[in-house]
Design a protein around this ligand. Structure first.
Ligand code: NAD
Length: 485
């Protein structure tokens, strides 16, 4: 097993793998077994310097190409990713522990979607002509320069592509630092870019923990930082970037509400709540972990939810039949278990699961708490595990106020058959990514991102272009200059 996943070297810089084993070791652990399957090393100061220097030089070459040429490279990379979907999905499963029944359909494929979408846009990123009588102004949409991408561990291929695709489409270069928990997949993305014809140095991957990320964020050559991570890390990275007046995109955590009215289609509402809490073993930032259920549907909802959870296939992530895998790491398992203990202590009622599984690897049962109230820790803090909190409500205005009573604002969802109510409630939600009679869809065509402590900026869609480019405005005078003296 080790031979198949151990990368050629820890880092990928200027078009090639490079190792510097003087950096601290980062063990890569397979979540399903607890076994070490690879080793990489923290980037040293020399590696960080090489990556930034190569991205600085690469950006000039890349930005000098036309948008159509850049787009062609991105679209070729998308095709290669789709051709290699199986191999990339296996690697994603080793990196994260997520089951193949997920990775085959959402990881390399959504990465390829982003490369294809932004590849298609690259040739049409133009400015405008603004007539001013005889004179005129024209605007030029320019790249920002050197971008740093820093990833979380739940979607390592997708996060690398969601950042690289719009950045590169706009003519920027990137140094990407994956999470130290899942260092493998971004290296494959870098390899594929080179195969697709990307000039060396335009997309570089270096490994490391928070300190390596910190060194990248504070380097004066860096123009933009895009982080996917927790809110506390986001605050630190945002502050460090602000000190250098750098652009940022912050994709952070959440504690999103999912509101289910009495008139909702029960089967769809239960399905939505399952997607909102248990996909990727609950390790999804936009999850709707505060499930507000109107009293008339509550018992039917809980009963049907338990029936459907009984059909989850918990097991070997490499087995195509498995639908629920382990937590990404022992640390994340411990975090989820500690929140479950807090929920029990605070008097919430466990109606499903609640325990770790007695087997190798970092497995936990899908867990549902009922009778949760707004003040409980499990209703306030992001758990990032398969722990659903069900809260009761009767009144629409009341549930809107309670849903918004959180520091976070990443996502929100509503299930109801009353269309006016659906739009009214979603209109009142303080959240960036919302769902009506659905949950957690994230197509590349739609903007994705949060408000409040969940972040700034948007990934995906045409919105992302604004976050990876800047506008130069040029006033052109056709006549004489009139000066006062
Ligand atoms: P984390 O905040 O611990 O780490 C995120 C990344 O930041 C890692 O690569 C880490 O090495 C790096 N980092 C840590 N300290 C740093 C510093 N001082 N300077 C620069 N980089 C630093 O998050 P995590 O545990 O890897 O991921 C889980 C979190 O990510 C959850 O809160 C989840 O909601 C969030 N998330 C958000 C989105 C989104 O799009 N909004 C997507 C996935 C995950």
């Amino acid at each position: 097993m080790t031979a198949t996943v151990q990368p050629t070297a820890s880092h990928f810089i200027n078009g090639a793998y490079i190792e510097d084993s003087s950096g601290t070791e980062i063990p890569v652990i397979y979540a399903a077994t607890g076994e070490q399957i690879a080793t990489v090393h923290d980037a040293t100061a020399d590696i960080i310097e090489m990556a930034l220097a190569s991205a600085k030089a690469g950006q000039k070459i890349w930005a000098a190409m036309t948008g159509t040429e850049r787009g062609r490279v991105l679209r070729r990379a998308a095709d290669i990713m789709r051709d290699r979907n199986h191999e990339l999905s296996v690697l994603e499963t080793y990196d994260t522990g997520k089951p193949m029944s997920e990775t085959l359909y959402v990881d390399a494929t959504s990465g390829a979607d982003a490369l294809e979408y932004f590849g298609g846009l690259a040739g049409s990123l133009t400015g405008e002509h603004i007539p001013m009588g005889q004179d005129w102004v024209y605007t030029v949409r320019e790249p920002l320069g050197l971008c740093v991408g820093i990833g979380a561990w739940n979607y390592p291929t997708q996060i690398a592509c969601w950042k690289a695709a719009p950045a590169l489409a706009c003519g920027n270069s990137m140094v990407f630092k994956p999470s130290e928990v899942t260092p493998l997949c971004a290296l494959k993305v870098a390899e594929i870019f080179i195969e697709a014809g990307l000039p060396a140095g335009v997309f570089n991957v270096i490994q490391g923990r928070g300190e390596v990320g910190g060194a990248l964020v504070t380097d004066p050559r860096v123009d933009k930082v895009s982080l996917t991570g927790s809110a506390p890390t986001g605050k630190k990275v945002y502050a460090a970037a602000a000190a250098g007046m750098k652009h940022v995109t912050m994709e952070l955590g959440g504690k999103s509400p999912l509101i289910i009215f009495d008139d909702a289609d029960l089967e769809n509402a239960v399905g939505g709540a399952i997607l909102a809490n248990f996909y990727s073993s609950g390790q999804v930032c936009s999850n709707g972990t505060r499930v507000f259920v109107q009293s008339g549907i509550k018992e039917a909802f809980l009963a049907r939810l338990a029936e459907r959870l009984d059909t989850a296939v918990i097991g070997d992530p490499m087995d195509g039949a498995t639908t629920f895998g382990p937590m990404v790491s022992e640390n994340q398992l411990d975090i989820a278990l500690s929140y479950i203990a807090k929920g029990k202590d605070e008097g919430a009622r466990v109606v499903y699961g609640g325990n770790a599984l007695d087997r190798e690897g970092w497995y936990i049962q899908p867990t549902v708490f009922a009778d949760v109230n707004d003040g409980m820790v499990i209703a306030r803090e992001e758990i990032f595990g398969p722990v659903m909190a069900v809260l009761d409500f009767d009144d629409e205005d009341d549930v809107i106020a309670r849903a918004n009573d959180t520091e976070f604002g990443l996502a929100a969802g509503v299930f109801t058959s009353d269309l006016s109510r659906a739009h009214r409630v979603i209109g009142a939600m303080e959240a960036g990514s919302c769902f009506i009679n659905s949950y957690n869809d994230a197509p590349v065509e739609a903007p994705f991102g949060g408000v409040k402590a969940s972040g700034v900026g948007r990934e995906n869609s045409k919105e992302a272009i604004k976050h990876y480019s800047q506008v130069k405005s040029v006033y052109v005078r056709m006549g004489d200059v009139e000066a006062p003296f």
